[in-house]
Design a protein around this ligand. Sequence first.
Ligand code: SAM
Length: 220
Amino acid sequence: MLNKIYTYFHNPLKGWDPISDAYANSYSNYSKSNFDASCIEELNALCGHLIGKTLIDLGGGPGQYTLALAKYGALVTWRDVSKNYLKIVQQQAQKENLNIDFQLQYMDTATGSFDVVFNRVCFHYCINDRAFLKTIYQLLNEKGIAYLILHNKNMANLKHKNLIKRLYKYLVHCLNTYASIKIGHPPFGQYKLKKMLCRYPFSKILIEPHGNNTKVVLFK
Ligand SMILES: C[S@@+](CC[C@H](N)C(=O)[O-])C[C@H]1O[C@@H](n2cnc3c(N)ncnc32)[C@H](O)[C@@H]1O
């Protein structure tokens, strides 16, 4: 609710950008040097191939993955709230002569029908976890695949050194996990993930935790 009210006053189309120019450039460089090609290769294999597949990258950021997916032949839509990231990914797409559809908007309100939904390390930034999973489900066409890399509970900072901060983080985590009251952007663990996923008739679900991230692949 609080997160939703926040979005009414923070409209990316009216100039609001949560990411500064400096941060956008530094994350873009970080993302380039830590690029994980294995997830693109795996997604390509899971789809048979990505050539001609319609794909939306929700929270695409500086676009390293958006661009790589387009190079594999997918028809890619990038969607994010940051105009500074938009500038970076647009410039690079132009340089590499890649045709990408750009949407400067909240990932939560995405509509359309896609073969693949891609969402990497930004699920927890959504306005409401359950509503966002519903958006993802609705974006998938009949045989669609959602490929998600989620920050998991290890990133919730529940072991913060400062006792007050630790208690606050724990409260925020519990409210989100057990009462679906989301304050800020707490990552969540497998308990909540499984509770949310069982509402949808996916034909197959893969969940693989790796350190701070959990890979989730959903087959409609
Ligand atoms: C950690 S970055 C991840 C970027 C990219 N997916 C990657 O793997 O490098 C998080 C991204 O989520 C975007 N973001 C945060 N909240 C969002 C929202 N509600 N709707 C769309 N994008 C959002 C930010 O602008 C940023 O680009």
